[in-house]
Design a protein around this ligand. Structure first.
Ligand SMILES: *Cc1c(COP(=O)(O)O)cnc(C)c1O
Length: 230
């Protein structure tokens, strides 16, 4: 997509974030917009960063590594947001700033062991599954607290929050109910984990509902870069 269109889309997303935040008495500044750049080119990433977005989300390791190298001059934070296979943890620990999709202790242990000493601890969100009927990725709500406790023992990881991808629906009440459940789990964990400050929820189609329920970071692909092909 051409740069001018991407810039207009980003301005529009910021407007939606402000409107949604104001509606519930929150500050737009308290919501970070992540540009989800999976399948997009390095040039598209450059345009988004030049337009002020500093947080980039990627799902596919190989693609992300190539893009990161091609844009190494940019001041950006890279977030891994896709499913994690064990054989990918080393590269993720070496090349990302954040991981939002941790849902197993085994993966957390590997990331902890493989995080280079030269880098700060890896920032972690636990992916929670609040739509259990079509369970794909994510830890079940009842397994969240034990997983969080295990991660607190891993010194090269810093537990920052929760990430969720509720089942897609056009029903705003259903969107809000799912996000409200994630927010409740987040507040419960915050009581014992003071470093938790990030509630990563909301995508192009449901960012307003997520912000209404307390999202601090929304992950936006389509409404910044256009529809993904394939
Ligand atoms: C692709 C993706 C997004 C962005 O989705 P859009 O609907 O294109 O905004 C957000 N989060 C995750 C985990 C994704 O995989």
């Amino acid at each position: 997509m051409d740069a001018e269109r991407i810039r207009l889309n980003i301005a529009n997303v910021h407007q939606r974030v402000s409107t949604a935040a104001e509606k519930v008495g929150r500050r737009a500044d308290d919501v970070t917009v992540m540009a989800v750049s999976k399948t997009r080119s390095s040039d598209e990433v450059r345009t988004a960063v030049a337009a002020g977005l500093r947080d980039l989300g990627e799902n596919y390791l190989q693609e992300a590594l190539e893009k990161r190298q091609a844009t190494a001059d940019l001041d950006a934070r890279w977030h891994f947001i896709g499913p994690i296979q064990s054989n990918k943890t080393r590269a993720i620990a070496e090349h990302f700033d954040w991981v939002h999709s941790v849902d197993r202790e085994k993966i957390a242990r590997r990331l902890n062991e493989q995080r280079p000493d030269s880098l700060p601890p890896l920032d972690i969100c636990l992916q929670v599954n609040v739509s259990l009927e079509d369970s794909k990725s994510g830890v079940a709500p009842e397994d969240l607290a034990p997983l969080a406790r295990a991660i607190l023992q891993l010194p090269r990881l810093r537990l920052r929050g929760l990430m969720a991808i509720p089942a897609p629906t056009d029903d705003v009440a259903a969107q809000r109910a799912a996000f409200a459940r994630v927010a409740e789990l987040f507040r419960d964990l915050q009581e014992t984990v003071p470093t938790m400050d990030t509630l990563s929820m909301g995508m192009s189609a449901d960012l307003e509902s997520a912000i209404a329920e307390g999202a601090t970071l929304v992950r936006i692909g389509t409404d910044i870069f256009g529809p993904r092909s394939g």
